[in-house]
Design a protein around this ligand. Structure first.
Ligand SMILES: Cc1cc2nc3c(=O)[nH]c(=O)nc-3n(C[C@H](O)[C@H](O)[C@H](O)COP(=O)(O)OP(=O)(O)OC[C@H]3O[C@@H](n4cnc5c(N)ncnc54)[C@H](O)[C@@H]3O)c2cc1C
Length: 462
């Protein structure tokens, strides 16, 4: 990249809109777990769609490339540059409009998820996407990774929450698809191309998002469950008997034990439970919701699906239940060599997946420790296999285990990346597990929209 290009970019962006200072750039070059680090000669921070378009055109004309970045919370390294211009959306941070009567709002790409949730609440509405990174993750990043989180069961993935998108394409032209319509059958639904594209097809600069009525009643329950099969029965019982399940998360024994061991102040709410189901309910019936949950749990205990259960007495206890779930990653990270997976299978296959994946991992490394947790209600597990305690970390066959776990999910009709995406971390897995026709179609779309590979050139494809 030439100094000419940097001078042109600096001129277009003005002093607040760029940096070449290593200290300013540094926080953008490492992701939070420090697994991916990168480099860039130039950090661009455009403040509007027009500035973004001009910046992209200049970079494209110069034959250079761009890595887009939002909140830098992505878990697969797609937001970390390797010499490309880094384009941060952090200055595009306005909520442009709220149309409560249309149950929608328009937010720019750099708006933090929590700010969208708050804005919806101020209009007595709900924006339901919720995940542990919501204090940093941005609308542009959440769209580009098609983020999931804990309320997918009730409201769907980010894809289901987007009505329209504005994006800058690789040649600097602007795709103006910001309509707030629920019905629009005028040919291809082009906004969908940018959802889950991980920045490879353009830069999302704003989105029109769906809002929902704000639930009046909230409850959180934690249940000790004897087995994955009974957890699946419990999921369907709670859905059928309450009609209000918003999240259904599971945590195996080891995942909770390691939170207790490694996270200061954590307490085990259900000692001895083989599996815990954390269930969140929301609805409008302030007086009746709790009674229907109690009745459903009583029936579940009678049917052997639940050994014992707690319903949070107040918001603080509910937060404590959730904290255990949210601390699971922090709990097992210090436990030595490990491989993580973010797999999904049809919900009906979740027990079989756990049995088969556990057996496959233990066949490769007898004594391996397995943390299985996550969004069972969506068929999605975060599944980590760790070295046996006290064993030699350098001898841990992570690649062989990953291969076996992914094969297990694939054989059950599943996916090797349920919600975190491909980024640079799972490029080889995508090439191996995506069916060849789909992969060829993806490449054709990329070639058609970004023929010179300007946009996030290392993500998705090798
Ligand atoms: C503690 C923690 C918990 C998490 N929990 C979940 C979870 O439950 N579910 C889940 O799905 N994810 C989860 N994540 C992952 C992460 O929060 C999501 O991937 C999020 O969507 C990324 O948003 P971001 O703004 O940080 O994007 P970044 O990390 O900055 O970027 C992510 C990807 O999107 C691209 N990108 C970013 N902005 C744009 C844009 N405007 N236009 C085009 N491309 C862009 C980047 O190039 C990169 O490829 C979690 C992460 C953390 C740290």
């Amino acid at each position: 990249m030439s100094s000419d290009l940097f001078a042109q970019l600096a001129n277009r962006l003005g002093p607040k809109g760029y940096s070449t200072d290593p200290a300013t750039i540094a926080p953008h070059l490492t992701e939070w777990r420090k697994r991916y680090t990168g480099s860039t000669p130039f950090l661009a921070m455009p403040a509007s769609v027009e500035e973004t378009a001009d910046v992209v055109r200049l970079i494209s004309d110069a034959g250079a490339a761009i890595t887009p970045q939002g909140g830098n919370t992505g878990l697969v390294g797609g937001q970390i540059p390797a010499g490309e211009v880094l384009l941060s959306t952090k200055r595009m941070n306005a909520i442009r409009a709220v149309d409560a009567a249309n149950d929608s709002l328009v937010a720019e790409a750099g708006v933090i998820l929590q700010a969208v949730q708050k804005s919806a609440q101020e209009s007595d509405r709900l924006f339901p996407l919720s995940l542990a990174s919501e204090g940093s993750a941005t609308i542009g990043g959440l769209i580009s990774t098609n983020a999931g989180g804990v309320h997918v069961l009730r409201y769907g993935m980010m894809r289901d929450l987007v009505l329209g998108i504005e994006a800058v394409l690789a040649d600097g032209s602007i795709f103006r698809g910001l309509k707030g319509l629920r019905k629009d059958n005028t040919g291809y639904d082009l906004k969908q191309l940018f959802i889950g594209a991980e920045g490879t097809l353009g830069i999302v600069t704003a989105a029109s998002l769906k809002l929902f009525p704000r639930p009046r009643a909230h409850e959180v329950a934690l249940a000790a469950v004897p087995s994955p099969e009974r957890a699946l029965d419990l999921l369907h019982r709670m859905k059928a008997m309450t009609g209000a399940v918003a999240a259904f998360e599971v945590m195996n024994r080891l995942s909770v034990d390691l939170v207790i061991k490694n996270v200061p102040g954590a307490r085990d709410p259900l000692p001895g439970a083989a599996l815990m189901a954390l269930i969140e309910f929301e609805g409008m019936d302030v007086n009746g919701l709790r009674a229907s949950i109690e009745a459903a749990l009583e029936a579940a205990i009678g049917a052997g699906e639940v050994e014992t259960a707690l319903i949070a007495e107040n918001a603080s206890q509910a937060r404590n239940f959730w904290r255990i779930r949210e601390d699971i990653s922090a709990g097992h990270r210090p436990e030595g060599a490990q491989v993580n997976h973010d797999v999904s299978v049809p919900v009906s296959q979740t027990p079989l997946f756990l049995h088969r994946a556990n057996a496959a991992a233990l066949a490769i490394v007898p004594g391996a420790r397995i943390v299985a947790f996550g969004h069972m209600g969506d068929g999605n597990f975060h599944y980590t296999v760790m070295q046996p305690e006290g064993s030699d970390a350098s001898a841990f066959p992570g690649a062989a285990i990953s291969s076996a776990v992914n094969e297990t999910a694939d054989a059950l009709g599943g996916s090797i990346s349920a919600e975190h995406g491909i980024g640079v971390a799972r490029v080889a897995d995508l090439a191996r597990f995506k069916d060849p026709q789909s992969l060829a179609l993806m490449r054709a779309v990329k070639r058609a929209i970004d023929p010179n590979n300007v946009m996030n050139p290392r993500a998705l494809f090798d």
